[in-house]
Design a binder for this molecule. Structure first.
Ligand code: ADP
Length: 392
């Protein structure tokens, strides 16, 4: 008696079709679309060989991808075994994969109240106390002074200091009829700074300390979705220091956000700052560059005092392959200005000049406002190029 005929071996397309269900958990898209499936071979006995290229050989998600590939390919009638071999994406392939993932994520990004024409910059640092909030506020003031409208989202619950540094206090007002929160507005020069801060939500700093990741994440989401930001050229987000839930949450909410990393000249601090930059990149955020704060103090006699060491900004920039955007010297005017709600960026001290130079670099080269970048046409072209590259 003959055996029942074995099911016919599936075609390679059949296998690829099923593999489209395997999602790279980190990149959020399927491995076929991301160009990570390098080959599928099916022999007459139904043995399937799949070659998968990972972003790095030691990818911690390998086990999960392996399981998913096996389960999916193995579920096709006629498949007798599934064998996977692993390789690594080349640099070019990795860039194309990332571009594709970024594009897909931007397509699925949730609606926020932050206009598409707003350039979003996350101001991040490895640890607290390096002057991240100071840089955020002063950069906002220097950009606003040019006549721009700049939003500041103070997402640093533990060190929320933005309201004080800009000389505002109070609670957030609302527009009950539209159910949105209004940011607090401060005119600066010809421009405007719009602020939303954790400090407006909590009464006392001790309350803030009790906030945990998830709650914080919700608050930040709230700031993106329920604040009537209105039009603005820039939104600067003062991030909590280090890597964590808020970074991940914001990267998902605002996939087009870009990142600047604040560091001090102390070389020892660079490793942790580098981790922050890498985390941004792992969430597909472009790292615009590095800002060194607390660089040499220039005494009135012209002598330089490198109180916090030297070279940290340059070293970090070189390590993460991003430019050094500016160095802000130690200047007593920065802390007194911060305490009095008058940002040093608006004054003539050494830090004021440095902040204005930094704003100029950001405005003209490093992260120009969306309109200046020729918005739709160029963005579309870039996205299409990324897609072509990913498909090639
Ligand atoms: P972070 O946000 O990184 O925790 P802050 O912006 O709160 O840090 O700054 C920490 C302290 O250092 C503040 O008291 C601030 O006034 C001071 N500071 C920051 N940058 C400078 C600078 N360039 N010169 C002098 N003091 C500074």
């Amino acid at each position: 008696m003959d055996d029942a005929p074995a099911a016919q071996s599936p075609s390679e397309e059949d296998v690829l079709g099923l593999l489209r269900g395997v999602i790279d958990p980190e990149l959020g898209s399927n491995i076929v679309e991301l160009g990570m499936v390098k080959g599928v071979v099916v022999d007459d006995d139904g043995r399937v060989k799949v070659t998968v290229a990972l972003t790095t050989a030691g990818c911690p998600l390998r086990a999960q991808i392996q399981r998913d590939v096996r389960t999916r390919a193995g579920s096709i009638p006629g498949v007798s075994s599934v064998e996977i071999s692993w390789t690594e994406l080349t640099q070019d392939e990795k860039a194309a994969t990332m571009a594709r993932a970024r594009f897909n994520i931007s397509q699925d990004a949730p609606e926020t109240e932050i206009p598409a024409t707003t350039k979003v910059l996350m101001v991040a640092s490895g640890k607290g106390g390096v002057g991240k909030s100071t840089v955020t506020v002063n950069l906002a003031a220097a950009l606003a002074e040019k006549g721009l409208t700049v939003g500041v989202m103070d997402a640093d619950i533990w060190g929320y200091s933005v309201p004080r540094m800009l000389g505002v206090e109070g609670r957030l007002g609302g527009s009950p009829e539209v159910g949105k929160i209004d940011p607090i507005e401060v005119p600066v020069g010809d421009g405007l700074v719009k602020i939303v801060s954790m400090g407006f939500l909590v009464d006392r700093e001790e309350t803030a300390l009790m906030w945990r990741g998830l709650m914080l994440n919700r608050a930040v989401q709230h700031f993106c979705e329920d604040v009537a930001w209105g039009s603005m050229e820039y939104l600067l987000i003062d991030m909590p220091p280090g890597t964590g839930d808020v970074q991940m949450g914001l990267a998902k909410l605002l996939p087009r956000a870009e990142m600047v990393v604040v560091t001090t000249p102390a070389l020892a601090a660079q490793k942790v700052a580098e981790r922050v930059a890498n985390m941004g990149r792992n969430n597909y955020l472009r790292v615009v560059g590095v800002i060194e704060n607390m660089s040499a103090f220039v005494a009135p006699d012209g002598e330089h005092h490198e109180l916090f060491g030297r070279g940290g900004g340059e070293a970090l920039a070189a390590d993460i392959g991003a430019p050094l955007l500016g160095s802000i010297p130690i200047d007593p005017g920065v802390s007194s200005g911060g305490d009095q709600g008058r940002p040093a960026a608006l004054g003539d001290g050494p830090a004021g000049k440095a902040f204005r130079a930094l704003a100029e670099v950001i405005f003209t080269e490093a992260a120009p406002p969306v309109d200046m970048a020729g918005c739709s046409a160029r963005m579309l072209a870039a996205a299409e190029k990324a897609l072509d590259a990913a498909e090639a």
